[in-house]
Design a protein around this ligand. Structure first.
Ligand SMILES: Nc1ncnc2c1ncn2[C@@H]1O[C@H](COP(=O)(O)OP(=O)(O)O)[C@@H](O)[C@H]1O
Ligand SMILES: [Mg+2]
Length: 229
């Protein structure tokens, strides 16, 4: 896969159709395979930006994923290009057992049950969590739930991953494993986090949000982040 996997052009994002913009005039693009961190303090708009990219909020201006302009008619098509990791893994784990949950996205796309299960098993293996396949989701630790949610996002082999605070609540070994995993993936990704060390381990490019504005896009956000300490 080559080309642009995500592009925003003068995009503004709104929580309510006629309310104030939570993000204003945002422009940037991400190329295939590029890993980009989305940094910002609490409330700066990271989650809203990720949600806006997949049509979960209102937008004006252009949002384009894998060359498809986000709009009412293209919503389903756009979402098929994206693996989304919500801030709280529980918000996206819906089925009782791990393997069923991970296979769900494939069944939705019309894959036969047996093939969906095979592909779900493969992604669990790639994430080193095959042994969880038969477990009920409510038996899992936070770190395990996070990896299962990630498996569900990866199972359809999307070219773009939108990850919301993926390192939150992980212990140091869990965090290290996540860094290794993300660095191994070929997908382009936008990783929202306020964990700068984590961002530096995964990404070479940093976007910084401040109160709904994109205030930095480059490879060394250091001086800007001094005020965070
Ligand atoms: N459902 C909502 N309705 C209206 N405003 C919201 C909603 N969710 C978040 N906000 C506001 O949007 C702004 C950005 O929040 P958010 O995108 O969650 O930031 P971050 O993920 O960087 O912490 C904040 O001012 C927050 O209060
Ligand atoms: Mg957030």
């Amino acid at each position: 896969m080559t080309g642009t996997v995500l592009a925003l052009r003068q995009a503004s994002i709104f929580h309510e159709a006629d309310g104030p913009a939570v993000l204003e005039g945002i422009s940037f693009s991400i190329q295939a395979g590029e890993r980009v961190a989305l940094l910002g303090l609490n409330g700066s708009g990271k989650t809203s930006l990720l949600m806006g990219c997949v049509g979960l909020l209102f937008h004006r201006g252009e949002v384009e994923i894998a060359g498809i302009a986000l709009g009412r008619q293209t919503l389903a098509q756009v979402r098929r290009q994206v693996g989304f990791l919500f801030n709280v893994p529980e918000d996206q784990l819906l089925l009782p057992r791990v393997i069923e949950d991970v296979a769900f996205g494939l069944l939705q796309r019309g894959l036969a049950a047996e093939e969906a299960r095979r592909q779900a098993e493969r992604v669990l293996q790639e994430l080193g969590i095959s042994r969880l396949a038969g477990q009920p989701l409510h038996h899992l630790s936070h770190g395990q739930k996070l990896r299962v949610a990630l498996a569900g996002a990866l199972v359809t082999r999307p070219q773009l991953l939108l990850l919301d605070e993926p390192s939150a609540g992980l212990d140091p070994p869990g965090r290290r494993r996540l860094v290794e995993l993300l660095c191994r993936l070929e997908a382009g990704m936008l990783v929202a986090t306020h964990d700068i060390d984590f961002a530096r381990q995964v990404c070479r490019r940093f976007l910084v949000l401040d109160r709904g504005q994109l205030v930095y896009d480059g490879d060394e956000p250091g001086p800007l982040l001094e005020s965070w300490k």
